[in-house]
Design a protein around this ligand. Structure first.
Ligand code: PGA
Length: 248
């Protein structure tokens, strides 16, 4: 299974020109990297999809969300899957804890997973919302288990169709990543529940700690802050490209 690194730009950067420069720096840096079995994705804000599409060759294009109704219509401010397909987007981050905190429900996430698969877009189902720093492993597994079950209710998929991103909410944007061993334990738990899907980690992954995750066997990362700095993102990519299981 290929490893996967996804740059979640969130509501960044401010200017179109900055988006272009950042995307092409990342893309250019990847040309000099022996990427092995590593896939890289940039998920910019919708308004920058076109600019980023024209600035990349190696890195793939993703989105941070789309609307849970498939058919276009009277949904002010929303974006349908059909409207993003023409940009060549192949990955969709769904159920991010920042969206769940804005009121997104499992039912909507579940609908989006089904729409994504129908449109041959690879969903990255984020789980970890509500996981506290001091929660015991059994509580964490219960929460993760229920988010996975609700997100995938009635979904038919092959293992290669889907990625789970474990993102404990206290680790996001705080500079305090979890131990790679903990991340691996949750990854194994998720696989025991739904099969050998790819499980990646997100939450303050950066150039310094990425190799710890790669060496532990984590299958990739969902990178927020560090994806806004091309040198950091490329250092993380290097750590995963160099890790033994990427070179099988
Ligand atoms: P972070 O964000 O890398 O800035 O912690 C990760 C995410 O929210 O996907």
């Amino acid at each position: 299974m290929n490893k996967l690194l996804v740059g979640n730009w969130k509501m960044n950067p401010r200017r179109l020109a900055e988006a272009r420069v950042l995307a092409s720096r990342i893309d250019h840096g990847l040309t000099n990297l022996d990427r092995g079995q590593l896939e890289t994705v940039i998920a910019p804000p919708f308004v920058f999809l076109s600019a980023v599409k024209h600035s990349i060759h190696f890195v793939k294009l993703g989105v941070q969300d789309f609307f849970h109704e498939e058919k276009e219509g009277a949904f002010t401010s929303q974006v349908s899957i059909g409207q993003i397909e023409d940009f060549g987007t192949t990955y969709a981050i769904l159920g991010h804890s920042e969206r769940r905190a804005m009121g997104e429900k499992d039912k909507q996430i579940n609908a989006k997973i089904k729409i994504a698969l129908k449109h041959k877009m690879h969903p990255i189902l984020c789980v970890g919302h509500g996981v506290g720093k001091k929660a015991s492993p059994s509580v964490i597994k219960r929460k993760i288990g229920s988010q996975i079950s609700a997100g995938l209710k009635g979904v038919k998929f092959r293992n290669s169709d889907l990625t789970i991103a474990y993102e404990p909410v206290w680790a996001i944007g705080t500079g305090r990543a979890v131990d790679p061993e903990h991340s691996l334990e949750i990854s194994e738990f998720a696989k025991s529940k739904i099969g050998d899907v790819r499980v990646i980690y997100g939450g303050s992954m950066n150039a310094e700690n990425a190799s710890g995750f790669a060496v532990a066997g984590i299958e990739g990362g969902l990178i927020g802050g560090a994806s806004l700095d091309a040198a950091q993102f490329l250092a993380i990519a290097r750590a995963f490209a160099d890790s033994p299981s990427s070179q099988q």
